[in-house]
Design a binder for this molecule. Structure first.
Ligand code: C2E
Ligand code: CA
Ligand code: CA
Length: 712
């Protein structure tokens, strides 16, 4: 019997099991291991979903990191075991069939977010603990003060039994009493502490207010203070504490002693430092990671007037090939070597190198002179990559593409700067790679909209963001509505309504034009059917014109899709006109014309759009399965003034008579005035379209226009 293949839920559970095995030994939880595993399942699920979500949510990773603290995984080992486990198994068990590179990059970002969430939650917990200690300290002060006035024996008991370090000194700073907890903290004997002066314990990291507060207290101007303070132990190591010092007054109210209560925070501080390091450095190369880089970039961009920044965004050329052919281990070693070399390129103060993920690195330079420095930095990086990298006895050539952004601080945010650098890097790549390019605002803007729109297109069709406007086609003879042209628009969630010129070329480029065109065709044919049904008594049936892109012409499904739509909707083929631009048919061979010919034979009209702009051979018209010429708008424009341009008149007259002699109807586009309409009518044009009659609009508007004509 063969085992059933695992479902996603099984794999998720398996991941949670591995995770709990790795972390359980280092938790302080009172749960059993299976119970603990149950506790991790929802966290694993969140990670799994965040891994595959359409956009990256740092908050998800942070929440999981914070939840670890809630589950008593407060030891640094718990975090590193968790991160190791996520790194090794999350993509494997929860990645589904997504692209590996993208999943790995996402997993890395999730790990950083988890470490950050973990550190933050731990910090918050520590703060809460400190509050509690401060409260205890105040209580203790009361107890000790009472004790001083009461019997020596009772005082001793409190003093010795306390879990926090306590010492009593006189107002000159001479230490009189210390308890065992405090001695343990200092790791010394009583002699090493007692008899010494409080003021001996200065430390280079003392905050300036530490000793000011001390002076105020011993003068009697302050009852207590609370600081974080470091001490040297007798062996030279450093002890970090939360220190609360209180003034003890005698029965007469005169200041008499000072009482210090201290809590050892050394371990916690080390843990925090380590967590901070882990959260801000890349585990593979040891370079600062994205988080730290963005912190620095933030700071650099907020620097004062006269300061500038320069950024080199490096992406290795062909790294994927190396990874795929030599394996990930070799790829990793290459990255480590590259990281080392980059590090040596940016050693001056104000410079840093970071790894953003995958084979993407950044070098940052700050200061007043980055205009010249950033070029030198890019040169150093390119030079550093020249020497081949030796891995497993092979010499690997490393090349990279760099996008450079340089400018004054205070103008742009980090996200914008990085995006510009990214776009510029791609420009360097598409220019052949192994080079650097400088950012240019205009090129950025073009690429941003182009790139953004292109990637958003497929989802836009699924989400129904496209809609169609209809522009009436009018009989020049009697002004009646003859039909309408369907013109597609995109209601973009951020950019508002976009015209076809802004996205049809992109849709053609990506191939989305085929499904989009099919959608437009189906909608328009349905609309025509609705018009015809509502309007069956008002003259000849309304027709619908639909534009076809060159890509659709060569798509094998064109004829069958069109026939299918017409049949399903029940619209006669003679009510449909497909518009093909003249330029798409220049030099067309029989293969290209065959589908159009088939459609024409079935009764679908084919119009030659934008006629007169493509310089096609007029004699060629005879060969094309075309029944309508749509004269380009530029001819109509020549007729705007009165009298019209005589040359335009002659040309249009010539085209019209040629068309009619070939049995082709002539439609004119872009009619904006009554004078133009009249002129074109006199020249013998058959139908017209333009703002003079109506702008493209919703389908009901055509209905109104048609009704007005039918009744008036
Ligand atoms: P086109 O086929 O030449 O469409 C006519 C264009 O002229 C439309 O621009 C229309 O809004 C505009 N227009 C109409 N009357 C006037 C006027 O009196 N004055 C002026 N100045 N302009 C006028 P639009 O909607 O921006 O469409 C641009 C082009 O996009 C269309 O040119 C067509 O080639 C293409 N297109 C539109 N919808 C589709 C579609 O569904 N599929 C494909 N493949 N292309 C489409
Ligand atoms: Ca058209
Ligand atoms: Ca046109």
């Amino acid at each position: 019997m063969t085992a059933e293949p695992d479902g996603p839920e099984d794999r998720l559970r398996r991941f949670a099991t591995i995770w709990s095995r790795a972390v359980f030994p280092v938790t302080a939880t009172s749960l059993t291991r299976p119970e603990f595993e149950q506790r991790l399942v929802p966290l694993a699920r969140r990670l799994s979903e965040a891994l595959r979500a359409r956009t990256f949510e740092a908050a998800e990773g942070q929440a999981v990191g914070a939840a670890l603290i809630g589950a008593h995984c407060t030891e640094p080992e718990a975090l590193s075991a968790t991160l190791d486990c996520v790194d090794a198994y999350l993509v494997l068990y929860c990645g589904g069939d997504g692209a590996q590179d993208a999943l790995r990059a996402r997993s890395a970002r999730l790990q950083h977010a988890m470490a950050a969430g973990f550190a933050k939650a731990l910090r918050e917990r520590t703060l809460a603990e400190q509050e509690a200690i401060a409260r205890a300290a105040l209580q203790a002060q009361g107890i000790v003060a009472d004790a001083l006035h009461a019997t020596e024996a009772r005082f001793r008991a409190v003093f010795e039994g306390a879990a926090i370090g306590i010492s009593v000194a006189d107002l000159d700073g001479n230490i009189l009493q210390v308890n065992n907890a405090l001695l343990r903290m200092f790791g010394g004997t009583e002699q090493s502490v007692r008899g010494r002066s409080v003021t001996d314990w200065t430390h280079p990291e003392d905050a300036p207010q530490v000793w000011r507060l001390y002076e105020e207290l011993v003068r009697g101007d302050r009852e207590h203070y609370h600081v974080e303070k470091a001490f040297y132990r007798p062996d030279g190591t450093v002890l970090w504490t939360n220190l609360t010092v209180s003034l003890l007054r005698g029965a007469d109210g005169q200041p008499q002693y000072q009482l210090a209560l201290m809590e050892d925070t050394t371990e916690r501080r080390l843990l925090n430092l380590r967590l901070r390091y882990e959260a801000t450095h890349d585990a593979l190369t040891g370079l600062p990671n994205r988080t730290l880089f963005f912190e620095r970039l933030d700071k650099a961009l907020a620097a004062g007037e006269g300061m500038r920044f320069g950024l080199c965004y490096l992406d290795l050329d062909g790294f994927k090939t190396i990874n795929d052919s030599l394996g990930h281990a070799a790829g990793d070693r290459l990255l480590v070597e590259v990281a080392d070399r980059l590090q040596s390129c940016a050693t001056a103060p104000g410079e840093m190198v970071a790894r953003l993920g995958g084979d993407e690195f950044v070098a940052l330079t700050t200061g007043p002179d980055t205009e010249s420095e950033v070029d030198a930095l890019a040169d150093r990086i390119m030079n550093a990559l020249i020497t081949p990298v030796r891995i497993d006895g092979r010499e690997l050539t490393v090349r990279g593409s760099i996008g450079i952004v340089e400018g004054p601080t205070g103008e742009r945010g980090p996200a914008e700067v990085l995006r510009s650098a990214d776009i510029t890097m791609y420009r360097a790549k598409s220019a052949g790679g192994n080079r650097y390019e400088l950012a240019d605002a205009e090129a950025d803007a073009r690429a941003i909209t182009r790139h953004g729109l292109t990637t958003a297109l497929p989802a836009a069709l699924d989400r129904g963001e496209f809609f169609i406007e209809y522009q009436p086609l009018v009989h020049l003879g009697d002004g009646s509505v003859h039909g309408a042209e369907a013109l597609v628009r995109w209601l973009h969630p951020q950019h508002g309504v976009l015209g076809p010129d802004q996205f049809i070329p992109l849709a053609e480029h990506t191939g989305l034009i085929v499904p989009l065109g099919r959608w437009v065709l189906e909608q328009s044919v349905r609309q025509a059917k609705v018009w015809q049904e509502r309007h069956s008594d008002a003259g000849p049936p309304v027709r619908i014109n639909v534009n076809l892109s060159p890509c659709q012409l060569t798509h094998p499904g064109l004829v069958s899709d069109t026939v299918d739509i017409l049949e399903r909707v029940g619209l006669p083929p003679s009510s449909l006109c497909l518009e093909v631009t003249e330029s798409a048919l220049i030099g067309a061979d029989d293969d290209l014309l065959k589908p159009l010919r088939r459609l024409a034979e079935m009764g679908v009209d084919i119009a030659l759009d934008d006629f007169g702009t493509g310089y096609s051979n007029l004699a060629n018209l005879r060969r094309l399965p075309v029944s309508i010429l749509k004269l380009d708008r530029s001819f109509t424009q020549g007729m705007q003034q009165f009298p019209a341009d005589p040359v335009d008149l002659k040309i249009v007259e010539g085209i019209v008579s040629l068309a009619h002699s070939l049995d082709l109807a002539v439609t004119v586009e872009g009619v904006e005035t009554g004078a133009q309409a009249e002129q074109l009518r006199l020249l013998g044009c058959d139908t017209a379209q333009g703002w003079y009659y109506a702008r493209p609009g919703p389908p009901d508007r055509l209905h109104e226009l048609a009704l007005v004509d039918a009744t008036g």
